[in-house]
Design a protein around this ligand. Structure first.
Ligand SMILES: Cc1cc2nc3c(=O)[nH]c(=O)nc-3n(C[C@H](O)[C@H](O)[C@H](O)COP(=O)(O)O)c2cc1C
Length: 192
């Protein structure tokens, strides 16, 4: 495969995963190696103001989970049941002593991490629906570090398919076979 084909394949396979095999741990060293990749990302003003808190410990995972909101378009689903919860999390934080914002560094780094995780067979879901203060308190994160995103990680037990969007309907949905479907706009909609 060419680099282009590898990147396209990884992007297509890098779906948001919300159901994991909780019994399969992810080692802290693996999480560190994912964070290490962010060193090579572009950074506005080259400030590099993002930090990561690794969450593997079962007690910390139990504290963090109820603070997160899952799959807003699936109103009848409260998030993964106990045996399908994330095996680990990365809490991406802004070092507010360096900057009040991080331009788009956060998204660039999350994409780098999720693609690399996918290459290792690890699924992930970027989460923004949480109260940063509650997350910081639950994990005793220093007040100078502001949680920006939580990345949930684990080995996937759910199947996700992308499909062409119909009639502008952006909502993902699940079919009775538990397959999660994600509509994507066609290229013709993206070009202006
Ligand atoms: C900035 C951002 C914030 C998100 N926040 C949440 C969230 O709080 N909860 C959740 O379940 N999914 C969240 N997601 C995942 C999106 O719902 C998901 O990316 C979208 O449905 C498209 O699916 P895909 O990632 O498989 O392409 C977030 C994604 C992004 C990029």
């Amino acid at each position: 495969m060419t680099y282009f084909e590898i990147i396209k394949t990884l992007l297509k396979e890098d779906r948001s995963i919300r159901r994991f095999d909780t019994s399969r741990p992810i080692m802290p060293e693996t999480l560190e190696s994912l964070v290490e990749l962010t060193r090579y990302c572009a950074s506005g003003r080259n400030l590099q103001p993002l930090r990561y808190r690794i969450v593997c410990d079962p007690d910390e995972r139990r504290s963090l989970f109820p603070l997160l909101a899952w799959a807003g378009y699936l109103p009848d689903w409260d998030g993964p049941e106990e045996s399908e919860r994330p095996a680990a999390y990365l809490v991406q934080c802004l070092d507010t002593t360096l900057a009040a914002n991080c331009l788009c560094d956060d998204g660039l780094q999350l994409q780098a991490i999720t693609l690399a995780a996918r290459a290792l067979g690890i699924g992930s879901c970027i989460l923004k629906a949480f109260d940063p203060k509650k997350v910081a308190d639950a994990l005793a994160i220093d007040p100078g570090y502001q949680p920006r995103y939580v990345l949930a990680l684990g080995y996937p037990v759910e199947h996700v398919e992308i499909e062409d969007m119909k009639d502008g309907d952006i909502k993902y949905y699940r079919t009775p076979d538990a397959v999660h479907h994600v509509p994507k706009r066609p290229l013709s909609d993206l070009l202006i």
